[in-house]
Design a protein around this ligand. Structure first.
Ligand SMILES: C[S@@+](CC[C@H](N)C(=O)[O-])C[C@H]1O[C@@H](n2cnc3c(N)ncnc32)[C@H](O)[C@@H]1O
Length: 221
């Protein structure tokens, strides 16, 4: 299955084997199907809130994937990701949320965290915009970094952020290990982000001023 550049990056960042992987906001399920195909988890769950999407996906998976599905399990769930209940399992589970806004992504992470107290949780997140807001929220919730990467697709930038409640590695509000400032793309993303916060700062937005300081600091490194 040919994945988009962004989904392929997320796929590459799933390096361990999991008992359960949750492809949340799965839409047509391309990412989950790829993970299922390469046996990244015992069970891959496809979650979306739109019934017509999940019904079509169920039919597609049953029709086109049976050959290599022997011994592998998949389930399709039509539900709001915020109401997800993870099965009790001694093994690891990975919750992937990609392709929705950073504010909605954070709301989902907050809801799942709240409904699973005392459980180690691991998320792979790749929001559309509002990366700073999401990172602040993750820091506030006590998550630690596992891995992060910058992705550019169709002239739009995305941050793929893998976090775990079991990691002690501090999450930077503007990213840390994902930067390679010798690459023109990385510098372009920072420059564009600075321009965005400069526009907000002109409206006397104090938080924008603080965020600007962080991004300008990256370029000064
Ligand atoms: C643009 S698609 C993202 C597809 C894929 N994850 C990606 O990154 O390319 C966004 C999907 O999120 C789903 N969605 C939005 N809010 C949701 C929610 N609260 N619970 C479950 N799915 C949701 C939509 O139905 C839609 O299929």
């Amino acid at each position: 299955m040919k994945l988009s550049h962004r989904l392929e990056q997320i796929n590459r960042m799933v390096t361990d084997h999991y008992d359960h992987i949750w492809d949340c906001c799965c839409d047509h399920g391309f990412l989950g199907a790829t993970l299922l195909q390469r046996g990244a988890a015992d069970t891959v769950h496809f979650v979306d809130v739109v019934p017509s999407l999940t019904e079509a996906l169920e039919v597609q998976l049953a029709r086109f994937l049976p050959d290599f599905l022997k011994g592998r399990d998949w389930q399709v769930h039509c539900m709001d990701v915020s109401t997800l209940t993870l099965p009790e399992s001694p093994g690891r589970q990975l919750i992937i949320i990609a392709g929705v806004g950073g504010d909605l992504t954070l709301e989902m992470v907050q809801a799942i965290t709240l409904s699973h107290p005392n459980r180690e949780l691991e998320f792979m997140l790749c929001p559309v915009r509002q990366h700073y807001l999401l990172r602040q929220g993750l820091i506030h919730l006590g998550y630690g970094l596992v891995d992060e990467a910058l992705v550019c697709e169709n002239k739009r930038f995305y941050e793929a952020i893998h976090v775990s409640s079991g990691s002690n590695q501090v999450i930077s509000p503007v990213g840390d290990q994902m930067w390679d400032l010798s690459r023109a793309l990385d510098r372009e993303y920072i420059t564009r982000t600075i321009a965005h916060y400069e526009r907000m700062g002109r409206n006397a937005d104090q938080e924008a001023e603080q965020i600007l300081g962080y991004y300008r600091g990256l370029l000064a490194m």
